[in-house]
Design a protein around this ligand. Structure first.
Ligand code: BGC
Length: 904
C-alpha cells in the first residue's frame, strides 16, 4: 500500500512517502508552517508537496488522544482533525499510527474507509453562517418533522438556530414595509423542543460559549440516522464536564424524536441540574434578509404537565393549524423516578431535574419529544401526543430506527468504488432525501417537499419545480413517496384552476411557489435594498412549473406503471395543464405559428425585455419545446385510456374536442428561434442582446455567480444582456433524451445542423454564471451527453459537494438544496451508470467517470427490483423477476435472481 505519513512537529510538518508497506520512506518532505497563515493555507502546502504522487492511505503519527477521533493534531495552538482534512483534500482514508500498530495497516485503513463513507463529521466550534450551515447538514428528521442539527444547549441567536419544522405547517403574516402591506407564507418554525442543558450547583443553565468549550466533535452516522455531539466543557468556575448528546428522529413513529444526554462530571462532586424545555418563544429567524417582516407565527394556547410528561399546545396565527408538542425527561436505565420540578411562563415549559454526582461517574438522561398537528392528526392532539410518550424510549426508538435505516440502505444505497469523497457525499445526499421524504410514504400527509427540505427557512419552505429533480429518486425507490408528492399537487388542482382563471387563462396554472393551499406564494414586488425602491418581481411568470408537474406525472407512471393513479388523478392534471398551455398559445396568422408570451424560463436573470413595460418573455425555448413534447405525450397516451374514464376526465378538466384539435395543431407550430449554426435562442430576440465581458467582471468582483445583483448595483439590468443564471434553453435535454428533443424540434419544422448540440452547450456555458445550484447538474448531464467527461465531472463533483462546502457562501445555513442532491443521484445512475427507462424498456449504456471503478445500485422499474453493478467494461444486472433488457445495444434475457454479465 502506498502511504503518506504526517508528523506534526514544533514548527514544521514532516511528510514521509512510502511505496510499499513496512518499507522505509521513499521520500521525505519538511514543511515549515507559517504561523500567520490559516490552517487551510498550510494544508495547501501539503497538497503541493505531494503533487504528482499517488497513495492509498495516510497515517498520522503521534496524534492527540481523543475518544471521538484518533487523527487530531495541534498546529499553531489550534487543533485540527488532520485525518478528516486530508481525506477531504486527498480523497484517501487517513488512520492513526496507533490504529496501525493495533490492527495492522490494511485492517486500519479498511475500517477507516468504511467509517469515512458512512459519517458526516465536524470538529471544532464554528460561528455564524458556518455553524448554521453545519446545522442544516446535520439535520435529523423523517419527512414529517425536520430538526436542525443545532446544539441542544442552544437558543436561537446569530450562531445557533435550533429550528423544528413539520411538513405542511405554513402560516401567513402581513407586514407593513415602506408603506406597503406585504403578505408572506412561511413554513413555521415550531417551538424548540430539543433544548436540554445542565447547570452545576443550581447555577444558570450552560449556554453554548466558545470560551467554555474545550473540544467539540459532531458526527452524523448515516447508517442509523444518529447525530452525536461530544463536548469537553470547562466552566469559568473550573468545573470540567464531558457531555455526549445523541439525537435520533423516529423513522417508524414519525411524530417523535429522542435525545440521550450523557454527562460526566470530570473534576467535581456535588449537585447537577438538567434543564429541559419546550420553548415557544421562537420566531422564524433563520434567514437574515427576512427579518424586516413579522415572523411571529405561533400562539401558545395551553401548557400542562403530568408525571414526567409536559405538553405545550398552540396554533399558527392565521392558518389556525393546531399543534401539540410534548416531552418527557428521565434517567436512562433507571427505574428511579427523577425528581422533576416543572415551571412555565407564557411561552415555555421547563423541567429541572437535580441529581447528586461524583467525579468520574456518568449520568445518562433522556428526553423524548412527540409532535402532532391538526393537519394529520384528527381528534385530541394532547391525548395523541401523550400516548406517544411512555417512559424511556431512546433505546426503543434507536432500535426501530436502525432497523428502518438498515432496510432502507439495502434499497437506496449507491456504492462507488475508488472514491471515498463521492461515496460519502452520495450517502449524505441519499440521507437528506430520505429524511425529507420518508413519512410521506404513509400517504397520510398532504404535503410535498420544499426546495430546501425540512432543514431551514430559505424560500420560506415553499414547493418549487425542484420536485422534478428529486422525483426520480423517490419514484425508483419509494414510489409511494413519489405518489404522495403528486397527490399534494392533485389536491391543489382547483387552486391552480382558480389561479389560471384569475389571470384570464384556462385550465390549471400551478403557482411558481406553493405552500399550504396551492395559491401563488411568490412575491409580486420586492424591496431593493440599494435603492429602497419597490421593484416588480416577475419570478412567478415561471409558468414552466406546470410543465414540471406534468412531467412528474408522466415520469412516475412510466417508472411504476401505476395506471390507477393515471386514471384517477394523473390524467386530470395532464389535461388541465394542457388546457392552460393551449390558452397560452396564440396564433399569428402572418407567421402561421403559435407564440407563448408573458413567461419566464428557468433562467431567473431574464424577467422581461429591456425597455419594455410588459412582464415576461416570448417563446422561451425550454417552455415551447416542453409544451410541444407534453402535447405529443398526451396525444399518444389518451387513445390508450379506457373510453369511459377518458370521457369522465375530459369532462372534469373541461377538455373539449376543440382543445384536442388545437393541441394537435400547436404541437407542430410553436415558434422557436434557431440561427444558422443551430443555436437555439433562449427566447425570441435573444440574439439581439449584447454579451457581457465575464472576464472583466471576474477581475472586478471575483465571484460573478450572482451577476444579476452585481449588475443591479451598477444600475444595470441583467435583462439587457446575454447572461444566464442557470441552464434554460437546453434544459429539455436534461429531462428527455436528445432524440426526443430533436424529434420535437423537427416536428416544429426546424432543422438542426450537424454538431449543433456541442455548439449550443459551449454557447450557453459561455453565457452562464451558475448562480443557482441547479445549473451545474444540468451542464454535467449536457457535457456528458457531448462526450466531454472531464467537464461533466467538474460540474458534477462541484454539485455533489455544493452543500458540504456551502459553495454559495452562506445559503446552506438556510437549508440544504434538495434539488441538486436529488439530481446528483440521478446523474450517477442515469447518466454515468447509463440506466434508462423508456417505453417500458430498460436499457443500460454506461459512461462511467474515470475517477470511479464501479458503481453499484438498485432501482425498481414497474415493481421489479433490478440490481446493477457497472464498471468500465462490464455491466452486471440481476432482476427479481425475469426480464428482457438492453445493455449497450445488446438484448439481454434476465432470469429471476440470476446475475447476467455483459462486457462492453
Ligand atoms: C433557482 C430556481 C429554483 C429555486 C429554488 C432559484 O435560485 O433559480 O430554479 O427553483 O432557486 O431552489
Amino acid at each position: 500500500m502506498r502511504t503518506v505519513s504526517l508528523k506534526v512537529m514544533h514548527e514544521s510538518m514532516e511528510l514521509s512517502y512510502s511505496e510499499k508497506d513496512n518499507q522505509p520512506p521513499f521520500r521525505k518532505f519538511m514543511i515549515a508552517y507559517d504561523k500567520k497563515q490559516k490552517i487551510g493555507e498550510n494544508l495547501e502546502k501539503i497538497k503541493i508537496a505531494l503533487a504528482g504522487l499517488s497513495f492509498d492511505a495516510g497515517i498520522i503519527e503521534d496524534p492527540l488522544i481523543y475518544n471521538f477521533s484518533d487523527t487530531i493534531v495541534g498546529i499553531n495552538h489550534q487543533q485540527i482533525d488532520m485525518g478528516l482534512a486530508l481525506t477531504n483534500m486527498l480523497n484517501i482514508p487517513v488512520v492513526s499510527e496507533q490504529a496501525v500498530n493495533t490492527s495492522g495497516l490494511a485492517e486500519a485503513v479498511s475500517q477507516k474507509k468504511k467509517y469515512n463513507e458512512w459519517h458526516l463529521d465536524y470538529f471544532g466550534q464554528y460561528n455564524g453562517k458556518r455553524n448554521y450551515g453545519q446545522e442544516a447538514m446535520l439535520t435529523i428528521g423523517n419527512g414529517y418533522l425536520g430538526l436542525r442539527g443545532a446544539y441542544v444547549e442552544a437558543n436561537a441567536d446569530s450562531n445557533n438556530y435550533p429550528g423544528m419544522y413539520v411538513a405542511g405547517v405554513y402560516n401567513q403574516l402581513t407586514t407593513n414595509i415602506n408603506g406597503r402591506q406585504v403578505t408572506n407564507e412561511d413554513l413555521v418554525n415550531l417551538p424548540n423542543a430539543q433544548y436540554l442543558s445542565f447547570g452545576v450547583d443550581h447555577q444558570n443553565p450552560f449556554k453554548i460559549d466558545k470560551d467554555d468549550i474545550q473540544e467539540i466533535y459532531r458526527s452524523l452516522d448515516l447508517k442509523n440516522g444518529q447525530l452525536s455531539t461530544s463536548m469537553l466543557i470547562q466552566l469559568s468556575t473550573g468545573h470540567l464536564l464531558e457531555i455526549k448528546t445523541t439525537k435520533v428522529a423516529d423513522m417508524v413513529n414519525w411524530h417523535r424524536f429522542s435525545i440521550k444526554y450523557d454527562i460526566t462530571p470530570v473534576n467535581f462532586t456535588g449537585s447537577l441540574q438538567v434543564y429541559s424545555k419546550i420553548d415557544a418563544a421562537v420566531i422564524n429567524g433563520n434567514v437574515e434578509r427576512y427579518q424586516d417582516f413579522d415572523q411571529h407565527h405561533i400562539d401558545v394556547t395551553s401548557m400542562s404537565s403530568q408525571d414526567n410528561v409536559v405538553l405545550l399546545a398552540g396554533q399558527t396565527k392565521q392558518s389556525k393549524i393546531q399543534f401539540c408538542v410534548g416531552s418527557t425527561l428521565s434517567l436512562s436505565e433507571s427505574t428511579d423516578k427523577l425528581k422533576i420540578q416543572t415551571t412555565n411562563d407564557k411561552q415555555q415549559i421547563l423541567q429541572v431535574a437535580s441529581v447528586q454526582v461524583t467525579a468520574g461517574q456518568s449520568f445518562s438522561f433522556e428526553k423524548t419529544v412527540a409532535v402532532h398537528t391538526s393537519l394529520e392528526t384528527k381528534g385530541d392532539l394532547a391525548a395523541a401526543t401523550t400516548a406517544d410518550l411512555p417512559h424511556q424510549l431512546f433505546d426503543a426508538i434507536s432500535k426501530d430506527t436502525t432497523t428502518y435505516w438498515t432496510d432502507t440502505w439495502k434499497k437506496i444505497d449507491i456504492q462507488i468504488e475508488n472514491d471515498i469523497s463521492s461515496q460519502k457525499l452520495t450517502r449524505v445526499n441519499l440521507y437528506h432525501l430520505m429524511i425529507s421524504g420518508a413519512a410521506k410514504e404513509s400517504g397520510k400527509l398532504d404535503a410535498s417537499i420544499g426546495a430546501r427540505g425540512l432543514h431551514g427557512e430559505a424560500y420560506r419552505g415553499h414547493i418549487f419545480w425542484d420536485e422534478m429533480f428529486f422525483m426520480p429518486f423517490y419514484a425508483l425507490h419509494y414510489p409511494k413517496i413519489a405518489k404522495s408528492l403528486l397527490m399534494y399537487r392533485y389536491n391543489r388542482l382547483d387552486a391552480a384552476r382558480d389561479y389560471a382563471k384569475s389571470e384570464s387563462h384556462e385550465g390549471a396554472m400551478y403557482p411558481w411557489q406553493s405552500g399550504l393551499k396551492g395559491d401563488e406564494q411568490s412575491q409580486f414586488v420586492h424591496l431593493n435594498p440599494v435603492t429602497h425602491q419597490w421593484d416588480p418581481d416577475n419570478s412567478r411568470l415561471q409558468r414552466h412549473v406546470s410543465i414540471a408537474i406534468a412531467y412528474n406525472v408522466l415520469y412516475y407512471v412510466n417508472i411504476t406503471g401505476d395506471t390507477t393513479f393515471m386514471n384517477q388523478y394523473g390524467l386530470e392534471m395532464l389535461l388541465s395543464i394542457a388546457k392552460f398551455w393551449i390558452s397560452m398559445s396564440h396564433y399569428d396568422s402572418k407567421e402561421k405559428r403559435y407564440n407563448i408570451s408573458g413567461v419566464m424560463g428557468p433562467d431567473e436573470f431574464h424577467e422581461n425585455y429591456p425597455n419594455s413595460d410588459k412582464p415576461g418573455l416570448t417563446n422561451n425555448a425550454y417552455t415551447n419545446i416542453m409544451v410541444a413534447w407534453l402535447f405529443d405525450q398526451i396525444l399518444e397516451i389518451a387513445p390508450k385510456i379506457d373510453k369511459k374514464i377518458l370521457t369522465t376526465v375530459e369532462n372534469k378538466s373541461k377538455f373539449s374536442h376543440e382543445d384536442l384539435v388545437k393541441m394537435t395543431d400547436i404541437s407542430s407550430k410553436l415558434k422557436l428561434s434557431i440561427n444558422s449554426s443551430g443555436i437555439i435562442a433562449q427566447f425570441e430576440n435573444y440574439f439581439k442582446l449584447p454579451r457581457l465581458d465575464f472576464d472583466a467582471y471576474r477581475r472586478k468582483y471575483g465571484d460573478i455567480s450572482r451577476m444579476d445583483r452585481l449588475l443591479k448595483s451598477e444600475g444595470k439590468s441583467p435583462d439587457a444582456y446575454q447572461v444566464a443564471k442557470q441552464a434554460d434553453a437546453l434544459m429539455a435535454y436534461h429531462l428527455i433524451s436528445p432524440k426526443s428533443v430533436e424529434a420535437v424540434i423537427q416536428k416544429l419544422g426546424y432543422k438542426l445542423p450537424n454538431g449543433y448540440l456541442t455548439r449550443n452547450i459551449q454557447y450557453y456555458l459561455d453565457r452562464t454564471t451558475h448562480g443557482s445550484t441547479l445549473s451545474r447538474i444540468v451542464y454535467a448531464v449536457l457535457t456528458a451527453m457531448d462526450q466531454n467527461m472531464d467537464q461533466s465531472w467538474k460540474f458534477f463533483s462541484t454539485a455533489l459537494f455544493s452543500d458540504y462546502y456551502d459553495i454559495q457562501g452562506g445559503t446552506t445555513a438556510e437549508g440544504i438544496h434538495l434539488g441538486v442532491m436529488g439530481a446528483t443521484i440521478l446523474i450517477e445512475t442515469r447518466d454515468y451508470g447509463g440506466v434508462h427507462y423508456e417505453n417500458n424498456q430498460l436499457s443500460v449504456s454506461p459512461k462511467l467517470p474515470d475517477e470511479w471503478t464501479t458503481i453499484h445500485f438498485k432501482e425498481a422499474f414497474r415493481g421489479n427490483w433490478f440490481d446493477f453493478s457497472i464498471s468500465h467494461h462490464l455491466v452486471t444486472v440481476k432482476s427479481e423477476k425475469p426480464a428482457i433488457i438492453t445493455v449497450c445495444g445488446k438484448k439481454v434475457n434476465l432470469e429471476a435472481n440470476k446475475q447476467e454479465k455483459t462486457t462492453y
